[in-house]
Design a protein around this ligand. Structure first.
Ligand code: AMP
Ligand code: MG
Length: 347
């Protein structure tokens, strides 16, 4: 299949809407990461998305809407807190889970009786959903398991030859996927996946519980509310390790690693041996969220076999950075100040 790359704009919107209306799929920009979009109500189109990504069938898709009317078409009931949060954060990186109406295909929702819904903050994609007149089911537009795409180039790397159209809307503003919440009664939400809408921001409106799966490895028989939480995720081919410690401990540790090509994502304050190739990361959580996935992809392209990433501060969007990083690293955290011990022999 020929894959067309087009800039977001009036020239392409008609063609993209036509493609989606006839059951086709297309990659679209959002403020979080790029999405691989299909008509959420068309089972065959949704199947094409799962196929192109190699995504497990039980991992549900998020339905992207352009108006509150579309939410009422999907959700069996909408509580007042959901409307308050929609007012506060939509369009934006907050996904809320609702009981779904019977006409929403089970396949779109991974077989669950709930649907995850959000309104993305991207002018082109909002206009495209409006033009289509139906919600777009869109997971991240990467091969399942690889780091999520934050530019059209990343989408092209994974999807060239597999999908007919990629729309280039530039680099994603946040670089990590949306915050996913479900409701616990009338005045509380549970964060299933952290994102750019932070616990601090949600606490202005309601009680906030952070699900244990956000920072902990789920056991094989753990009950998961959100199936995506159980999959190994966001991993480049290189082995990823999180490194904890001071600048000098980390520098000393990296000197001791005897691997040909080591990649490193740090704060910029470390003094590093020549054996280390540095990729962009950043001093604060916002920069780290923007850079994490693209730097993991770059480390692969540069032929690194191991990548060490500095432990982020987990405040604000840093919780989302750490949540993604833990999964990229298979939960391996090395404490570099454990001098004399085998710091790498951690789970
Ligand atoms: P992605 O499509 O890669 O952004 O991932 C979407 C995330 O939302 C995954 O972690 C899904 O498991 C989660 N999700 C989507 N729909 C639901 C739902 N109905 N209930 C719980 N989690 C959901
Ligand atoms: Mg994804």
């Amino acid at each position: 299949m020929e894959t067309k790359l087009a800039m977001a704009g009036d020239e392409i919107i008609e063609e993209a809407a036509g493609l989606l209306k006839s059951g086709g799929i297309a990659a679209v920009p959002t403020e979080t990461v790029y999405g691989l979009a299909a008509n959420a109500y068309d089972v065959n189109a949704v199947r094409s998305v799962f196929r192109a990504k190699g995504r497990p069938q039980d991992n549900p898709l998020i339905l992207h809407i352009s108006s509150i009317e579309m939410l009422y078409d999907i959700a069996e009931s909408v509580n007042p807190l959901a409307l308050t949060l929609a007012e506060a954060f939509w369009p934006g990186p907050l996904t809320m889970i609702f009981p779904r109406k019977a006409h929403v295909p089970a396949e779109t929702c991974g077989g669950l009786d709930t649907a995850a819904v959000r309104m993305p903050r991207n002018r082109f994609t909002l206009a495209l959903i409006e033009r289509c007149g139906f919600p777009l089911a869109a997971p991240s537009a990467n091969t399942s398991g690889l780091p999520s795409p934050t530019s059209a180039k990343h989408v092209y790397e994974d999807m060239n030859g597999k999908i007919p159209l990629i729309i280039d809307g530039g680099e994603c503003r946040y670089g990590v996927e949306s915050t996913v919440v479900c409701f616990e009664g009338e005045d509380a939400v549970r964060i299933l996946r952290p994102g750019a809408v932070t616990p601090e921001m949600l606490r202005e409106y309601c009680h906030v519980v952070i699900d244990s799966g956000v920072l902990e490895k789920l056991g094989a028989d753990a009950k998961v509310i959100s199936p995506g939480m159980k999959y190994k995720h966001y991993s480049p081919n290189a082995e990823v390790y999180i490194v904890k410690g001071t600048d000098s401990d980390i520098s000393a540790f990296l000197k001791s690693v005897s691997v040909n090509k080591i990649g490193f994502l740090g704060f910029g304050s470390e003094i590093l041996p020549d054996s280390v190739t540095v990729f962009p990361y950043g001093k604060n959580a916002e920069e780290q969220a923007e850079n994490l996935f693209s730097s993991l992809r770059e480390a692969d392209a540069a032929g690194c076999t191991e990548v060490y990433v500095r432990m982020p501060d987990t405040a604000g969007i840093g919780l989302a950075v750490y949540n993604r990083l833990l999964r990229s690293a298979g939960f391996r955290v090395i404490d570099t100040c454990r001098q004399g011990e085998d710091a790498r022999a951690l789970p």
